[in-house]
Ligand binder design. Structure first.
Ligand SMILES: [Zn+2]
Length: 45
């Protein structure tokens, strides 16, 4: 019962050396930027 956890991306579950793969990291970053921009836009209306 020695199940070693393979390093996978915590977002998409694909094998990745990082906890968040490059593709997801970019996605998260752009999503955060989008939310920020939306907030700023919404506040001005
Ligand atoms: Zn990923």
């Amino acid at each position: 019962m020695a199940e070693k956890k393979k390093p996978v991306c915590m977002l998409c579950g694909r094998p990745s050396l990082k906890s968040i793969c490059d593709a997801c990291a970019q996605r998260v970053q752009s999503e955060q930027l989008g939310k920020k921009a939306q907030r700023e836009k919404g506040g001005k209306e």
